[in-house]
Design a protein around this ligand. Structure first.
Ligand SMILES: [Zn+2]
Length: 259
């Protein structure tokens, strides 16, 4: 499984860090996780193609995670440059309700033209694709928020927290994950409800038994301080910090040398 960080930032415009979005290649599928402003541009720069994405998975529909889905659907319907491949959009029930309302607002511009579009409710059942299974776990941010657990058939497990505060749901989602991508929106000492600081992300990863922790979703002030050390102290292992364009190969536990 391979993760490419497209945007390691937040809603705050930031020259260094784009709004949330990740490309995941897993099983025989190509997935986009969240689709904030600028995601399509950064996907192209990373060598991807919006028309080749099989699924877009959403953690929630705050606009930093969701804002560019209108552009993706509109572009997908273009006569020459649009897509032919089927597309699935997946998220929680409340998220899909908002997505449907958004489509109604813009009418045919956001309805599929030339390709088939499915909406998949992760609250009803996991999404089972070509060699990949995706489950959603309710987390403490907004009612529509879900941490996403991606399991490759016979392979690695990747969990993405989305935005969350401390809660059991994210620990369950990240149980024994080979890579846990966890938000750490604000520096230590700047706790903001609905989000995590690095030591909290580290503690969640430790509770979950995650093998590797990648901190993500940084407001600009995070780049003025040491975010890694407090997380590593709580996790009990080194941690990594996401950057736009970063590529991470995720190996299942059995393929790693014993440490
Ligand atoms: Zn966010």
């Amino acid at each position: 499984m391979r993760l490419t960080v497209l945007g390691s930032g937040t809603a705050a415009p930031n020259r260094r860090r784009g709004a949330p979005g990740c490309l995941v290649e897993a099983g025989r599928e190509t997935l986009l996780v969240d689709c904030g402003a600028g995601t399509l541009d950064r996907l192209l720069r990373a060598g991807g193609d919006p028309n080749r994405i099989d699924r877009v998975l959403f953690t929630h529909h705050h606009l930093d995670h969701f804002g560019e889905i209108g552009h993706l659907l509109f572009a997908a319907g273009l006569p020459v440059h649009g897509r032919r491949k089927p597309l699935t959009l997946a998220g929680s029930g409340p998220l899909l309700a908002s997505l449907r309302a958004f489509q109604m607002l813009f009418g045919h511009w956001l309805m599929p033209t030339g390709f088939s579009l499915k909406l998949h409710d992760l609250d009803e059942e996991p999404l089972v694709g070509e060699g990949i299974r995706v489950s959603g776990y309710a987390v403490d941010h907004i009612p529509a928020s879900r941490a996403l657990r991606l399991e490759e058939e016979g392979g690695a497990v990747l969990t993405l927290s989305g935005d969350t505060d401390l809660c059991d749901g994210v620990v369950t989602a990240a149980r024994d994950a080979d890579l846990f991508v966890c938000e750490a929106s604000f520096p230590e000492g700047s706790k903001t409800p609905g989000h995590l600081v690095p030591s909290e992300a580290g503690a969640l990863a430790r509770r979950a038994g995650a093998r590797r922790l990648l901190l993500n979703h940084f407001y600009p002030e995070c780049d003025q301080v040491d975010m890694a050390s407090p997380a590593a102290a709580a996790f009990g292992r080194p941690v990594e910090l996401a950057e736009d364009g970063m590529v991470v190969d995720i190996l299942p536990a059995a393929m790693k040398p014993a440490s």
